[in-house]
Each structure stands twice: as structure tokens, then as C-alpha cells.
Design a protein around this ligand. Structure first.
Ligand SMILES: Cc1cc2nc3c(=O)[nH]c(=O)nc-3n(C[C@H](O)[C@H](O)[C@H](O)COP(=O)(O)OP(=O)(O)OC[C@H]3O[C@@H](n4cnc5c(N)ncnc54)[C@H](O)[C@@H]3O)c2cc1C
Length: 189
């Protein structure tokens, strides 16, 4: 069983997955490659002068998998609670996870199907978002949401940060104490 399954590997989902995997949590990333970031040219991503959307998404997936997340290229079609775990059904498989992060961008059909509460969006061209609390929790215990689908923004830097935030909140809940992920530069002599 996975500790955390992330649905969607755009900036929000891959960012959540890399934090989760780096924290030692068994992490699954399910994505069907239909994200809006693949159509963007980013000139406003902090620390990078300019990058094509597809490059940032590919790099994000590479970073998450290098740190230990497992990436499955598939569409999640159902999520049901079964005891302590969620059964995640995809078009060609089935997976089990303790926590789920929905990071599905502008797409909210899966969330609506499984009973996640939604509301009208305020960002241009986004119709519906999921109702989440300040930590990223939805109305279904164990299902969290991040990025554009959670109403964070339609800006990549913000959705990436939101994915990281939600992952850190889940990791902290699992660990029972606040989690911080810092790597420190070796001092130069
Ligand atoms: C044309 C265009 C230009 C843009 N330009 C900029 C810009 O210049 N600067 C900027 O900051 N932002 C820009 N954006 C916005 C930016 O791409 C988004 O705000 C943000 O990156 C969304 O990130 P996300 O991870 O929430 O969603 P996405 O990047 O959309 O990722 C969601 C992922 O979830 C997957 N998914 C959805 N449902 C399922 C499912 N059931 N099963 C499996 N996978 C699923 C999708 O395939 C996708 O890969 C632009 C967007 C567009 C469309």
C-alpha cells in the first residue's frame, strides 16, 4: 500500500509527490498527460528566466521519480474508501493508498464523482474548484487537494508551492509532528 497517492503530475502534483517521496513516504503519482501547464510558456516562475511548460512538467516528474515516487501514466477513474485505505481505480489498474492528493488542474470530474464538495471558481476560464480548508483537506477524510483544482491559482509558481504545502501538511499529520525539509550547503573553506 502507498502512503500517499497523487492524482495529476502538473506543478501541484509533482511538487507534492517529490516532497512526499523525499520524506520517505511510499508515493504514487498517477497522470494521464493532459495538463494545462504543457501549453504554457513560463516567464514568471521564480528563479528561472524562462522555461517551456512541457519542460517544467517533465523536469518535475523526473525530480519526483528520482526522489522515489512511482509514476503511472494512466487515468484515475474512481476512488473508494476501503477500511483504512483508498482503492484507486485507473483505466488499466488498481492501487491502494492511505492518503490521496487530488492535483487535477482544471479538471474536477473525478472529484465530483467521488463526492468531494465543489464550488464555482473565481479564476478566469476555470469553472469549478474543490472546497478545501487552509491545509488542503477536502470534505472526505484522507482526501486532500492542491493546485488549480483546489482554487490556489492559475499560476505555476503558486500551484507548485501549494502542492508542496499540502504534502508537508500530510507528512506532518502522518509523522505526528511538524515536518521540515531542508538541505544545507556545505560551508566553503
Ligand atoms: C495556455 C496557457 C498558458 C499559461 N501560461 C502561464 C504562465 O505564463 N505563467 C503561469 O504561471 N501559469 C501559466 N498557465 C497556468 C498554469 O499552467 C497553471 O496555473 C498551473 O500550472 C496548473 O498546475 P496544476 O498542477 O494545478 O494543473 P495542471 O498543470 O493542469 O496538471 C494537472 C494534471 O492532472 C492530470 N489529471 C487530471 N485528471 C486526471 C485523472 N483523472 N487521472 C490522471 N491524471 C489526471 C492532467 O493530465 C495533468 O497532467 C498557463 C496555462 C495555460 C493553459
Amino acid at each position: 500500500m502507498y502512503d500517499i497517492a497523487v492524482i495529476g503530475s502538473g506543478p501541484a502534483g509533482a511538487s507534492a509527490a517529490l516532497f512526499s517521496a523525499k520524506a520517505g513516504k511510499k508515493t504514487l503519482l498517477i497522470d494521464n498527460n493532459k495538463g494545462m501547464t504543457r501549453r504554457a510558456l513560463l516567464k514568471n516562475f521564480y528563479g528561472i528566466m524562462e522555461i517551456n511548460g512541457p519542460d517544467v512538467v517533465d523536469l518535475g516528474e523526473k525530480q519526483a521519480t528520482t526522489l522515489g515516487a512511482e509514476l503511472v501514466r494512466d487515468k484515475a477513474i474512481d476512488i473508494q474508501k476501503n477500511g483504512e485505505a483508498f482503492q484507486i481505480k485507473t483505466e488499466s489498474g488498481q492501487y491502494e493508498a492511505r492518503y490521496v492528493i487530488l492535483a487535477t488542474g482544471a479538471i474536477t470530474d473525478l472529484a465530483e464523482k467521488i463526492g468531494v464538495q465543489t464550488k464555482p471558481a473565481t479564476e478566469p476560464r476555470i469553472k469549478t474548484i474543490l472546497v478545501v480548508d487552509m491545509n488542503g483537506k477536502t470534505n472526505i477524510d484522507g482526501i486532500w487537494a492542491a493546485g488549480t483544482c483546489a482554487g490556489a491559482s492559475v499560476h505555476a509558481i503558486i500551484t507548485a508551492g501549494d502542492g508542496a504545502k499540502v504534502a508537508i501538511n500530510i507528512i506532518s499529520e502522518i509523522n505526528g509532528e511538524r515536518y521540515v525539509d531542508h538541505d544545507v550547503l556545505k560551508p566553503t573553506t
